[in-house]
Design a protein around this ligand. Structure first.
Ligand code: RFL
Ligand code: PHB
Length: 391
């Protein structure tokens, strides 16, 4: 049996955006850490996920000195569009907030973070199997993985996403879960065709929700609301494009360029929070402790805001010996998490068709969209949340 023992200050579980950003933020300030990732580097770099970055996220990449490619290739967006049965409601996010969002794929952001980890000597163990957390309530916690490997540390950071083990290390009597599962999923495709519209567009239609987004001026990302029993195999490219054009309505639908899909997958939608985000020497960040439905594009951005709070709190503790930051981390992060959960839930409820939704619910959605279309105050609320609430 291969046995190794390693000592560090922070053991980070998971090399998604949360774990990678945290590792870099700590390492830049001279705090030792190691990242343990279950998957291969190739697998992590190939995952297609988020695309819209708040300033909180681009600020974090700038703080890490890793925003070169992001600044060159990211597309700045000053507006977002809601579509109600084909009619456009533009929401001028920059006019309302003075801020913008940046379209830059999570895939690219992850690649930038991993390449820099290699350059800067931030250690990442790929294919770390059977990661387990130990003694989080003592002063000498440790993590084990694989065939007898052990990492001794002062702090464990659980950044291992929704399916990771970290949050389950918090005793059941301490932990509370809050959840809403939606009765539909999103079928997404990526295709090397120019986007149908300059802005990201969220469409409410009688046949279900649709989203038009992009990764660049030559690569589009589209999504359709589908039933939970739907299979990817039942959706030929042709069927997807036909349905998308119908739901986007004649104007945007008429501008869609069709092409071969280079990725196609279905993701379920859920709202989920596990509290607290800290227990003793264990700190959780990102999808490891909360999930938002993707309507609103908040998942990755919440991971970045958790990491901003957590990095500052840990740096205060390690470098100044003050514990106010780590003691306040869970409450501080959860305040922003819950407001972001609210916005993602609101936009999901507003824009989708619910299988058990009655005629009254439909009228409520229509009235809300009509209100937004004609109220600067309502648009300001959407803009403020869409660009991301202040830290
Ligand atoms: P991740 O990215 O899931 O990373 C967790 C990492 O932990 C690893 N792991 C383990 N490692 C070691 N041992 C174990 N036992 C482990 N178990 C798991 C995993 O392999 C993985 O590498 O979580 P993180 O870092 O918190 O980042 C969260 C974001 O990835 C997520 O919230 C977003 O992708 C959500 N999301 C979106 N967010 C946005 O901000 N804007 C968007 O436009 C947006 N669009 C989306 C999305 C998510 C989607 N899907 C597929 C869920 C669109 C979609 C379709
Ligand atoms: C995406 O481009 O993948 C995307 C955009 C906006 C969302 C979700 C996903 O709300």
């Amino acid at each position: 049996m291969e046995i190794s023992r390693f000592k560090t200050q922070v053991a980070i579980i998971g090399a998604g955006p949360a774990g990678l950003m945290l590792g870099h933020a700590l390492m830049l300030e001279g705090i030792d850490c190691i990242i343990l990732e279950r998957q291969t580097r190739e697998h992590v770099e190939a995952r297609i996920r988020a695309g819209v970055l708040e300033q909180v996220t681009t600020d974090m990449m700038a703080r890490l000195g890793l925003n070169d490619r992001l600044s060159k290739e990211g597309l700045l967006h000053e507006a977002v569009v809601l579509l109600s049965e084909g009619s456009m409601i533009p929401v001028a996010i920059t006019r309302h907030t003075g801020k913008h969002v940046t379209v830059y794929g999570q895939t690219e952001l992850t690649k930038d973070l991993i390449a820099a980890a290699e350059d800067r000597g931030l250690p990442i163990v790929w294919e770390a199997k059977d990661v387990a957390l130990h003694d989080i309530e003592g002063t000498a916690p440790y993590v084990t993985y694989g065939a007898g490997h052990r990492v001794d540390c002062a702090i464990i950071a659980g950044c291992d996403g929704y399916h990771g083990p970290s949050r389950y290390a918090i005793p059941a009597k301490v932990r509370r879960e809050f959840e809403r599962v939606y009765p539909f999923g999103w079928l997404g495709i990526l295709a090397d065709v120019p986007p149908c519209h300059a802005e990201v567009a969220y469409a409410s239609h009688d046949r279900g929700f649709a989203l038009a987004s992009m990764r660049s001026m030559t690569r589009s990302r589209y999504y359709l609301q589908v039933g939970l029993d739907e299979q990817v195999e039942d959706w030929s490219d042709e069927r997807f494009w036909d349905e998308l054009c119908t739901r986007l309505g004649p104007k945007l639908g008429g501008q869609v360029t069709r092409g071969r899909s280079i990725e196609k997958s279905i993701a379920p939608l859920r709202s989920y929070v596990s509290e607290p985000m800290r227990h003793a020497r264990l700190f959780l960040a990102g999808d490891a402790t909360h999930i938002v439905p993707p309507t609103g594009a908040k998942g990755l951005n919440l991971a970045a805001s958790d990491v901003t709070y957590l990095a500052d709190a840990l740096l205060d503790w390690f470098k100044k010996g003050t514990s106010a930051g780590i003691d306040g981390y869970s409450a501080q992060a959860l305040r922003r998490v819950w407001k972001t959960e609210r916005f993602s839930w609101y936009l999901t409820e507003l824009m989708h068709r619910f299988p058990d939704g009655g005629a009254f619910d439909r009228r409520m959605q229509d009235a809300e969209l009509d209100y937004i279309a004609n109220s600067d105050a309502a648009q300001a609320m959407i803009a403020e949340n869409y660009v991301g609430l202040a830290l």
